[in-house]
Design a protein around this ligand. Structure first.
Ligand SMILES: Cc1cc2nc3c(=O)[nH]c(=O)nc-3n(C[C@H](O)[C@H](O)[C@H](O)COP(=O)(O)OP(=O)(O)OC[C@H]3O[C@@H](n4cnc5c(N)ncnc54)[C@H](O)[C@@H]3O)c2cc1C
Length: 543
């Protein structure tokens, strides 16, 4: 075994959360190394010429609104922009399309959005206005909670502030909404099945089929935050975001090593003291090891069995992953020719479902291992937001296909006989493109090249996306808030002193929010201060 260095902290995994945790520690004066198994940092934030030279696709995540709204961006935004990080934003954030050329469009211009909804049905416009009012009332507390460790005194403060300003009645109203499924949210607020579908589609970005309790929170936040802020992507490709994080980290003295896969967290006297890489080299961590992975990887693979209490190991086996995702990247010679009108090609996202019942069937089918008949297409029109992504007159389109079985047991439509993803990917791509053709007739003839990534491909690219679960673990109520990542193990400490868990598997979960990385670093620094305090006290007592 060769020793490859000694640091205050070693971070396993260079996803944006791992990098952000390292950044805050480096800013506090710590020596830090980030070890990333891939050739590039960023995990699920990556971009590349997935179809043809000159066409830059966001390979996985694309919408950077959460990052832009994060405390980390507030803290490091000017440093990141010095390293070339820029964003492009559209004021046409999202829309839904329906049969017969119908669409629902949400613009950053609230009055315009409301006017269009009213043209469709006055009940939808009234509902949208009512729900927006609720969002405006409660968003500060929800975002406050989203940016705080849970449980923590900061989280309690959010709840107390909510009670102070809105009383028990307000707290009851908000809790009622948050416990709703997306179907319940839609039928409570909207008159037509089109508007109801608009809300439910947002739940499917996470792992909330329309009938899962607790699904309403994400649509409540995304529908209105995206309306208010527009939708943003990284200029030139998502990869520039983690690259800029790594560049700022390097300026602060931090080190990033790519092609460095960790296979063991080293412990001594029950405490994490370093890591071993697959090439046998070891790194010493004097103060903390931070793992940007999921609980099963940490407790079942990275740690020796005897380091993990049996109950924790058992709990990690029960960590639930959501259904899979398939990605389809298109290089187009022209915008998508939407039946609902050419203006639709300007929107950041177009949801093609069409209705809540279709989403419910899709969710159930994929959970049962069946290729869904009518999967949801989240069509990201990346080059409409950032024209630098494709040659003039051409476009890149990002389609997230939700939800998919991780392991195929059959086909709900009875047409695809394959149960292996390598064979099923082509006919499934044909099904997706046929659906797109229904809503954007002539789109097929504009496709110059298509590249599909199966749920298996996603997991191969980033082992945190187990089974192609794009959200790194279910966000259902039993595994969210103070049950994330596991009941009794919320927060960022682990069962092993000196070892911390960060990333989408921890609160506040998936998304490019950078929050978990920041909160993990804060926990680490706090623990070291506390230990320092108790050591100092012990030293005073026993000089
Ligand atoms: C298809 C898709 C679409 C998405 N769309 C959006 C979106 O539009 N907007 C949004 O906000 N969010 C989106 N998300 C979610 C978001 O991208 C993720 O939640 C987020 O990137 C997670 O970041 P992370 O730092 O926690 O971990 P990850 O991004 O998963 O990074 C973890 C890193 O750790 C590395 N690693 C793991 N194990 C080891 C090891 N043993 N040794 C060394 N390295 C290791 C991995 O290679 C990886 O690079 C999407 C996700 C996917 C998959």
């Amino acid at each position: 075994m060769t020793t490859a260095g000694s640091y205050d902290a070693v971070v396993i995994g260079g996803g944006h959360n791992g990098l952000v945790a390292a950044l805050y520690l480096a800013r506090a004066g710590w020596s830090v190394a980030v070890l990333e198994r891939n050739a590039t940092v960023g995990g699920a934030i990556a971009s590349g010429e997935a179809t043809l030279p000159g066409f830059v696709h966001d390979l996985y995540s694309t919408n950077q609104n959460l990052f832009l709204g994060s405390r980390t961006y507030a803290d490091f935004g000017s440093d990141l922009s010095r390293h070339g990080l820029r964003f492009r934003t559209t004021d046409h954030p999202y829309a839904n399309v329906f049969p017969d050329g119908l669409s629902m469009r949400v613009h950053s211009d609230y009055e315009r959005t409301l006017g269009q909804l009213a043209q469709h049905d006055s009940g939808d416009a009234e509902g949208f206005a009512g729900l927006y009012q609720q969002y405006r009332q409660f968003a500060p507390y929800l975002f406050g909670l989203y940016g705080s460790a849970v449980p923590s005194s900061a989280a309690v403060r959010q709840v107390l502030d909510l009670l102070r300003h809105h009383g028990l009645r307000g707290a009851r109203e908000l809790t009622h909404t948050l416990l709703m499924s997306t179907r319940e949210l839609g039928t409570t607020w909207f008159a037509t099945r089109e508007a109801q579908a608009m809300a439910a589609c947002w739940g499917m970005h996470l792992d909330f089929g329309p009938d899962v309790a607790g699904g309403a929170m994400f649509p409540l936040l995304e529908m209105f935050a995206d309306m208010e802020n527009g939708m943003s992507v990284v200029e030139g490709g998502a990869q520039r975001l983690p690259q800029a994080l790594a560049a700022v980290l390097a300026e602060l003295g931090g080190e990033v090593r790519t092609g460095a896969e960790v296979d063991r967290v080293l412990c001594s006297n029950g405490r994490a003291v370093g890591v071993r890489c697959v090439d046998g080299s070891t790194l010493t961590a004097r103060r903390a090891v931070i793992a940007n992975v999921g609980p099963p990887a940490l407790y079942q693979r990275l740690l020796e069995c005897e380091q993990v209490p049996a109950q924790v190991r058992r709990a990690s086996r029960g960590y639930l992953y959501g259904p899979g995702t398939m990605m389809l990247h298109l290089a187009l010679e022209g915008p998508l020719p939407w039946a609902a009108g050419s203006g639709l090609a300007d929107f950041g996202y177009v949801h093609v479902a069409p209705y809540v019942d279709d989403l419910a069937r899709t969710y159930t089918e994929s959970q049962a291992g069946l290729l869904p008949t009518e999967p949801l297409l989240i069509v990201g029109q990346t080059s409409a937001v950032d024209p630098t992504r494709a040659p003039a007159g051409h476009h890149v389109v990002w389609i997230q296909i939700r939800t998919m079985p991780s392991v195929i047991r059959g086909d709900a439509a009875g047409a695809i006989p394959h149960t292996g993803w390598p064979e099923a990917v082509e006919p499934m791509t044909d099904r997706v493109l046929a659906k797109l053709e229904q809503y954007a007739p002539g789109s097929g003839s504009r496709i110059v090249r298509a590249t599909a990534y199966t749920p298996q491909d996603l997991e191969s690219a980033d082992p945190n996306l187990v089974g192609g679960d794009s959200v790194a673990g279910s966000h259902h109520l039993s595994q969210n808030f103070f049950f994330r990542p596991m009941s009794g193990h919320s927060g960022y400490r682990t069962a092993v002193p000196g070892l911390y868990l960060t990333g989408a598997a921890t609160w506040p979960g998936a998304g490019n929010n950078a929050t978990s990385g920041r909160l993990t670093a804060r926990q680490v620094l706090k623990d070291v201060r506390l230990r320092g305090g108790s050591w100092a006290a012990r030293k005073r007592r026993h000089p």
